[in-house]
Design a protein around this ligand. Structure first.
Ligand code: 4AD
Ligand code: MG
Length: 434
């Protein structure tokens, strides 16, 4: 015998006039003596179930009265189109069964402090706004996969346990690895993707990455998801063309497929509709000029902080691609600009509306000697990078790639204030529960 629901709220539009059975939880309720209005949620939507005393047995009416917030129940009723009701449909209840009466639910419609809500994240994910965010996140994940799968890329999964750093040694999560000494949680799959690109041409990875970020900003998690395409025979311009097409695709897909969610999130969608190619491209040096013009005391050669990124981003109503950063502030694997060795062929994409960097990428150093020199300059142990250097020893080619942070992207598209709502269970410097 199966108990799985035959109908879900999202399908009601196809069953107007029919009697259906729904299963779910009580989101909210109102009553006025003879009539009770129960809002049922089942993960696919919300529907008002109308229990009229005259239509049901006294037992059924009483069962409805017993339902507390988040109690689970099964309800039978006739589907009616009702434009004034949440979701546009209503159920005229003929039967109702309690599945489990919920204890006093900690999250009520009143305002709660953010710490309380995150303490109760396992319950908070049931809230309307959180459900909407998580649906958009899932849609973005699918858009990311669809994009690369349909553009000639092969999924190439890098390891999560790694013997060395990729993005600098200051944000590594360390562990003891049997008799082999220290190992680390991956900060980025990029170095492995490069070997994949030499095997398969165009590859991508998509999974969790880890940074022991000491910063408590609203833009940093210690565990976040990153998608990392890597392409053989792509230079910096090809890389930027791809990043631009990719971002446009994600945003336009969400606009098209997540209309209801964006309404629930009260997102100003006009700002997103505008996210169409081409995006502005400026050099780091030009970005520094913008800062200076805005009265920021900024020295050429420094890295941009969050506030600097916001100021630069505010100049544009689309993501801005900043390229050619000073060699000193960027990673060892980035290729030096043959026309100016003070800068590397890097690109960061800064989202509009103050959401900061969503993409970091570059053309990679493909010359064996220059790469070796950079590894030494960065004080990295050459022995760990021998396999990576092999990619330059055996048929080296120009190649490029980038990493897009999923939570930063979700946060921007949903218009969130903080990254912690963009992932089911956020991990931050001061929080690893629930
Ligand atoms: O700029 P990052 O550090 O670049 C890399 O890791 C490259 N190896 C990627 C590549 O070229 N394959 O990180 C890429 C993106 C950032 O732009 C940001 O969106 C996100 O990852 N990110 C974070 N998101 C949340 N919390 C953090 N602590 C993040 N650090 C980076
Ligand atoms: Mg970066």
């Amino acid at each position: 015998m199966s108990i799985k629901p035959k109908f879900y709220v999202k399908d009601l539009k196809n069953h107007v006039g029919e009697e259906v059975t729904l299963k779910g939880w009580l989101y909210n309720k109102r009553s006025s003596g003879k009539i009770q209005f129960l809002i049922l949620r089942d993960g696919t939507g919300y529907v008002q179930c109308v229990v009229f005393k005259g239509n049901v047995t006294p037992e059924i009416f009483e069962a409805a009265e017993k339902l507390t917030q988040e109690s689970s129940f099964e309800v039978v009723g006739k589907v009616k189109a009702e434009p004034r009701s949440v979701g546009g449909y209503e159920l005229d209840v003929t039967d109702l069964k309690i599945i489990s009466i919920a204890q006093e639910y900690p999250i009520t419609p009143k305002e709660h402090g953010i710490e309380f809500l995150i303490d109760n994240r396992h319950l908070w994910v049931r809230s309307k706004k959180q459900v909407a965010i998580l649906k958009v996140r899932a849609r973005i994940v699918k858009a990311i996969r669809d994009f690369f799968d349909s553009h000639g890329f092969t999924l190439f999964d890098p390891p999560i346990i790694t013997p060395n750093a990729c993005e600098g040694t200051s944000t590594l999560f360390e562990m003891d690895y049997f008799d082999l000494g220290k190992a680390y949680l991956t900060q980025s799959g990029q170095l492995y993707e490069e070997s994949g690109a030499m095997a398969l041409g165009k590859v991508y990875s998509f999974g969790p990455t880890f940074r022991a970020e000491k910063s408590k900003t609203r833009r940093h998690l210690t565990e976040f998801w990153m998608v990392e395409p890597e392409m053989a025979f792509y230079d910096l311009d090809d890389n930027m063309d791809l990043a631009e097409e990719f971002i446009e695709y994600i945003v336009q897909t969400v606009l098209n497929d997540c209309k209801e969610e964006l309404i629930i999130l009260e997102r100003d969608t006009s700002k997103l509709e505008n996210i169409k190619r081409p995006f502005p491209r400026i050099s780091y040096t030009e970005a520094v000029e913008i800062l200076k013009r805005k009265g920021v005391d900024f020295q050429w050669g420094n890295d941009f902080g969050g506030t600097d990124e916001t100021i630069i981003g505010d100049e544009f109503d689309k993501p801005v691609m900043i390229h050619r950063y000073p060699t000193e502030v960027k990673a060892f694997y980035m290729k030096r600009d043959p026309e100016n060795e003070k800068v590397v062929l890097a690109v960061d994409v800064i989202a509009p509306e103050g959401y900061g960097e969503i993409i970091g990428g570059s053309q990679r150093e493909d010359n064996l000697d220059l790469l070796l020199q950079r590894i030494n300059e960065h004080g990295l142990p050459q022995s760990f990078f021998e396999w990576y250097l092999d990619l330059r020893r055996f048929g080296s080619v120009p190649h490029s790639g980038f990493g897009l942070g999923l939570e930063r992207t979700v946060s921007w598209i949903c218009g969130l204030e903080h990254l912690r709502e963009a992932i089911p269970f956020p991990r931050m410097i001061y929080r690893n529960t629930p």
